[in-house]
Ligand binder design. Structure first.
Ligand SMILES: Nc1ncnc2c1ncn2[C@@H]1O[C@H](COP(=O)(O)OP(=O)(O)O)[C@@H](O)[C@H]1O
Ligand SMILES: CC(C)(COP(=O)(O)O)[C@@H](O)C(=O)NCCC(=O)O
Ligand SMILES: [K+]
Length: 244
């Protein structure tokens, strides 16, 4: 049994896998890390490996308490991946984006793929049908957009995510909701349209904390899977064991 842990910039997601089967998911914050891992290990006593992918400020020492009972491995940019990395700065590429790209290759072989991860940031990652990882884009995520409007102005309130009622916002709140939500939906649809001018065929995977909210608002047909990063992390670890 494997426990995979995905440390993002907002939340930590953990999942227990038996082979390819996802048994349970846990979501928590950094301060609750040790307590949650302890509880997960108590519930799933057959967990032997802990596999971490971290783009947040959680390092190896955060798992020190479990070092004697588990085999702990952090996925790094130097691990084996099933694609050729064409990023011009491969060492600065987010490990979450590398894991997502690996998952796209494992789950959707021999085709062009665009992975969109709607988390703290929205990341776009394109892997072509020859398994070249080309790169993509990084933009602010939904929550970040609400926060940046509030944090960088004198008059804009901090609003909770809400579906805009109208395209034309008729109040401060409605203008913000339209700007943030419609703006992001147009951004994603716009990126997909631009990619289609270069690649006649590609599949689109949407993942991250805002998957469900966004999926039903997009024009294009996508595979929406909020567990995609955790599935990919499990597959990346299996791949590493085979190729190391
Ligand atoms: N309970 C929650 N706490 C924080 N963010 C949430 C929650 N539920 C949904 N979200 C959404 O999830 C996004 C963060 O997604 P997540 O995938 O957890 O980010 P990361 O992987 O960067 O930590 C935010 O933009 C927010 O809108
Ligand atoms: C872009 C990110 C901040 C996204 O983080 P997340 O939204 O998943 O928390 C992360 O992938 C990262 O730190 N990337 C490094 C820069 C790069 O990928 O080029
Ligand atoms: K992201």
């Amino acid at each position: 049994m494997i426990l995979v842990v995905d440390v993002g910039n907002t939340r930590i997601k953990a999942a227990v896998f038996e082979g390819a089967i996802l048994l349970e998911i846990f979501v928590f914050t950094k301060i609750e890390l040790e307590k949650n891992i302890k509880n997960i290990l108590k519930k799933f006593q057959k967990v032997a490996h802990l596999v971490v992918s971290s783009v947040g400020d959680v390092e190896k020492q955060s798992f020190l308490a479990f070092d004697s009972v588990l085999n702990i491995s952090f996925v790094t940019n130097d691990d084996p991946f099933p694609f050729q990395n064409k990023y011009s700065t491969p060492k600065t590429l987010g490990i979450d984006r590398m894991v997502l790209a690996a998952g796209a290759v494992f789950q959707f072989p021999n085709q062009n793929r665009l992975v969109i991860d709607a988390g703290t940031c929205i990341t776009y990652d394109f892997i072509d049908d020859q398994n070249n990882y080309l790169g993509g884009a990084i933009t602010p995520g939904l929550r970040l957009r609400y926060e940046s409007l509030h944090n960088n102005t004198a008059k804009l309130p901090l609003l909770a995510l809400e579906s805009p009622k109208e395209l034309i916002g008729n109040s401060t709140s409605n203008s913000i909701h339209s700007g943030v939500v419609n703006g992001l939906v147009y951004e994603i649809d716009g990126f997909i349209t631009e990619y289609s001018t270069r690649y006649s065929n590609f599949i689109i995977i949407l993942t991250g904390g805002d998957t469900d909210f966004l999926a039903k608002r997009l024009k294009n047909t996508i595979f929406a899977n909020s567990n995609f990063l955790m599935e990919s992390l499990n597959q990346t670890f299996q791949y590493k064991i085979k190729n190391d």
